[in-house]
Ligand binder design. Structure first.
Ligand SMILES: Cc1ncc(COP(=O)(O)O)c(C=O)c1O
Length: 397
């Protein structure tokens, strides 16, 4: 089928890249050892700190997010170390695999993929670990496969109550730049990030924000590392350079995206995502589709995963929507395959893009013969128009 107009990329990342960012990338590659590059390097490395909310270093790798998962591990831990992880969904399972392939012993708290990491369970496991064998607690902040956001401040508080010295490592790949997150204030030691979601960039950059404690742990960490070595990065980074060839044009893009986030203001960025998430859930409730996330306190502001009615296939619905309306929605992953579809509402996004997205879903439900109630789009419109703070009235004389 021939499509006109713009494709709707409403998967929970990669997200739509703003034209400003695309134009910023459309420049000649420069000498990555020259003065112009040093300025770019310093600017982005500095600008990232306010996004991760840290005064410490943020390390940038030319890789997808999985690389930053691996970097967090190899820079801080030694083979056979024990770590505590929580089964929140597909991405926590993948991070666990990364840990196991590095010969870590993973204590994996089982979960049903509808809840976030449990702070009480975290406290009890750490309190039982009197010998402090557990070296790190590793949590996915926003589990992209389920639309569940774990409460990191509560996890930190649980670790503090247990008086446990483990490092706290958090995957923010689908939350940084879209859901409130504070590396330093929340006492996180390693924050893992990626470029292709809330940061509105193409895929290809990943991040580690690191605390002093994480850097200190690196001194005795015995894992082999070269490409991911923080120390190799930090020395040239001070002058704005990288130890190997950086992804120059993605750094141009990053500079522009950081400018956009700063122009909007992080608080406004978070409020916008919260509004769009709430409107999406209003639509889901009106359709009568069940939200995967069970606890309202853990609803994700960047993506919403919805169950299909019994006996209906999410992939077939996604195909109908793609063919008819040129919109891509997220698939259900691993054990949620075909049972769930996911709506991404993060990154470069606005009210009308959300309404287009939800209209595509509602029309798709009709065309695919999926049992639902009409009125999701209307419910989202009500949510958006009632949730908006009215502009102060202007006195016309
Ligand atoms: C929460 C989370 N962690 C990790 C990853 C893996 O990142 P990448 O696919 O960029 O390697 C993703 C990808 O979607 C993710 O959503």
């Amino acid at each position: 089928m021939l499509h006109t107009g713009r494709h709707f990329l409403q998967i929970p990342g990669p997200t739509n890249v703003p034209d400003r960012v695309l134009r910023a990338m459309d420049r000649p590659v420069i000498d990555h050892r020259g003065p112009e590059f040093a300025e770019l390097g310093r600017e982005v490395l500095d600008g990232l700190r306010s996004i991760f909310r840290t005064s410490g270093p943020v390390i940038v790798f030319p890789s997808s997010g999985s690389g930053a998962w691996e970097a967090a591990i190899v820079n801080t831990l030694s083979p056979c170390n024990r770590v505590l992880m929580f089964e929140t969904g597909h991405f926590s399972s993948l991070w666990k695999q990364v840990a196991e392939r590095h010969d870590l012993q993973v204590e994996y708290v089982p979960g049903d993929w509808r809840q976030g990491a449990d702070p009480a369970e975290c406290e009890s496991r750490l309190s039982d670990d009197k010998q402090h064998v557990i070296k790190a607690v590793m949590v996915v902040h926003n589990e992209t496969s389920t639309g569940v956001t774990s409460r990191i401040p509560q996890i930190r508080a649980a670790m503090d109550r247990a008086k446990h010295p483990a490092l706290l490592m958090v995957d923010t790949i689908s939350s940084v730049g879209s859901i409130d997150y504070r590396h330093e204030e929340w006492g996180v030691d390693v924050t893992v990030g990626g470029s292709q979601k809330g940061l509105m960039l193409p895929p290809g950059l990943s991040f580690n924000a690191v605390s002093d404690k994480a850097l200190a742990a690196g001194k005795s960490a015995k894992m082999h590392r070269y490409y991911w070595d923080w120390q190799e990065m930090l020395v040239p980074n001070r002058q704005g350079f990288f130890p190997y060839t950086p992804a120059t044009n993605l750094l141009y893009a990053l500079r522009e995206a950081l400018t956009m986030l700063h122009e909007e203001g992080l608080e406004n960025v978070f409020a916008r995502h919260a509004r769009h998430a709430e409107a999406t859930r209003a639509a889901a409730r009106a359709w009568g589709l069940e939200i995967v996330c069970e606890k309202p306190a853990e609803y994700s502001n960047s993506s919403t995963a919805l169950f299909m009615p019994e006996g209906h296939d999410a992939d077939q619905l996604r195909q109908v929507i793609l063919e008819n309306f040129d919109m891509s929605l997220g698939a259900g992953l691993s054990k949620l395959a075909r049972r769930v579809f996911r709506i991404g509402h993060l990154g470069h996004f606005n009210d009308l893009m959300l309404m287009g997205t939800l209209s595509g879903v509602e029309m798709g439900l009709r065309l695919a013969g999926v049992p639902h109630k009409d009125g999701g789009v209307a419910a989202a419109m009500n949510s958006l128009t009632t949730a908006r703070t009215p502009e102060p009235a202007v006195n016309v004389k």
